[in-house]
Design a protein around this ligand. Structure first.
Ligand SMILES: *[C@@H]1O[C@H](CO)[C@@H](O)[C@H](O)[C@H]1NC(C)=O
Ligand SMILES: *[C@@H]1O[C@H](CO)[C@@H](O)[C@H](O)[C@H]1NC(C)=O
Ligand SMILES: *[C@@H]1O[C@H](CO)[C@@H](O)[C@H](O)[C@H]1NC(C)=O
Ligand SMILES: *[C@@H]1O[C@H](CO)[C@@H](O)[C@H](O)[C@H]1NC(C)=O
Ligand SMILES: *[C@@H]1O[C@H](CO)[C@@H](O)[C@H](O)[C@H]1NC(C)=O
Ligand SMILES: *[C@@H]1O[C@H](CO)[C@@H](O)[C@H](O)[C@H]1NC(C)=O
Length: 344
């Protein structure tokens, strides 16, 4: 289906109309490689990903409660890890201690976009002895939640992670050691916009950043329906120490994202089928891959930096594929080599 498994994309000025700001950066070479394409299996819809210390990528499916491991090379092989019986979809995944991953599962229909309130849980996936052995245990149920979505690490030492709920519009803190959790962030900028439909998604991806040891710590978040990247100052315990503010607005369906050390934002834009970089200083937008008029990167879902010396300045990036759409290309994982576009 895809002829060009490796293509050189000249990042260019944004002209696609999804954003009102002009891009400010000169052209730069970015190399995109196809790491794994689930096509011709068009029944796979990918959502999120995590990168192991050893370099492999774990991907979650949002139309099937399954996770796969993929080798970080062009046409890398995929290895089945686990299926979470009793759930229909998976979203966020985060590593806390080395090889200890936590995955959000729930019952959201990808056909109707209707969720089963209270059906979400987070599971611990112990990858230490994978592939010989895999240990999976439930950490917690979330009876008051609806769609557990992006997850990110708050404290490795204390075992705390943030878990966004993209339908309720809040961010929870979960202690993965005790299973205790509570709503930590509930702000108009994480919430649904006024008049949102019953199937709207708001706060989606989450990411903690503290540029230097003594500077203010922030939780950055994307809000899919509000079209923003926002941030909220946080205390060490993860609670907000002030109101949230908009960092970048006028984005079309921002999904998951990561920040580099300088605060440049690397973001998946779902409906425009694009992976973009937003410059920390100028807010100039550079398209790294994708195009609203082509399904090649249909429904961009999530990004994560590599963890090895050889790929720490690369982004691994998932697309949903366009599940159930006429131009479905199948879920896929790409590697976007950023060169000097990322400060890692
Ligand atoms: C597609 O992937 C699903 C999930 O892994 C599997 O059950 C199914 O058999 C695959 N179908 C084809 C045609 O390979
Ligand atoms: C990867 O797969 C594509 C499509 O099947 C093929 O054309 C290409 O030669 C493969 N590349 C490598 C490096 O294996
Ligand atoms: C979620 O879906 C699964 C699979 O269809 C089903 O077994 C389970 O009972 C559902 N859970 C809830 C809370 O509805
Ligand atoms: C993960 O599995 C390994 C090997 O099976 C075990 O030694 C270790 O205690 C487990 N870690 C956790 C956090 O459960
Ligand atoms: C979030 O805050 C609003 C406004 O104070 C409140 O009505 C709502 O119940 C809160 N939601 C949760 C899940 O705590
Ligand atoms: C979005 O763009 C409009 C039109 O240029 C501008 O007035 C508005 O302030 C922008 N909103 C945000 C949040 O950036």
């Amino acid at each position: 289906m895809r002829k060009d498994f490796l293509s050189v994309v000249f990042a260019s000025i944004v002209a696609s109309g999804f954003c009102y700001r002009a891009a400010s950066r000169e052209s730069q070479n970015v190399v995109v490689e196809t790491i794994h394409h689930f096509a011709p299996n068009l029944s796979i819809s990918l959502e999120n990903l995590a990168v192991r210390q050893t370099g492999e990528i774990i991907v979650t499916f949002d139309n099937h409660p399954t996770i796969y491991q993929i080798e970080p090379e062009v046409n890398g092989t995929g290895t089945y890890i686990h299926t979470f019986e009793g759930y229909t979809d998976l979203h966020g995944i985060v590593e806390v201690q080395p090889d200890q991953f936590y995955v959000a599962a729930g019952n959201l229909s990808l056909v109707t976009h209707i969720d089963v309130p209270g059906s979400c849980s987070v599971f611990h996936v112990n990858m230490t002895r994978f592939p010989e052995h895999i240990e999976v245990n439930k950490v917690a149920d979330f009876p008051d939640s609806r769609i557990l979505n992006g997850m990110t690490l708050l404290s490795k030492e204390e075992g705390l992670v943030y878990v966004a709920d993209s339908r309720v519009g809040v961010v929870n803190i979960l202690n993965v050691n005790t299973g205790k959790h509570f709503v930590a962030i509930n702000d108009t900028l994480t919430n649904q916009p006024p008049g949102a439909s019953e199937i709207s998604n708001c706060v989606h991806g989450v990411h903690v950043i503290q540029p230097t040891p003594y500077s203010q710590k922030y939780l950055y978040f994307s809000n899919f329906a509000q079209g923003i990247i926002g941030r909220v100052p946080i205390h060490n315990d993860g609670l907000a120490s002030g109101r949230a503010e908009v960092v970048v607005g006028n984005l079309t369906t921002p999904e998951d994202f990561r920040l580099d050390k300088k605060g440049n934002i690397f973001l998946a834009l779902f409906e425009p089928n694009e992976f973009i970089r937003i410059d920390a200083e100028t807010q100039g937008i550079t398209v790294l891959a994708g195009n609203p008029d082509s399904p090649e990167y249909k429904w961009a879902a999530a990004v994560e930096f590599g963890k090895k010396e050889s790929d720490k300045d690369s982004l691994y990036a998932t697309i949903n594929g366009g599940y159930l759409e006429a131009d479905n290309v199948g879920g896929a994982l790409f590697r976007i080599r950023l060169g000097d576009l990322a400060v890692v």
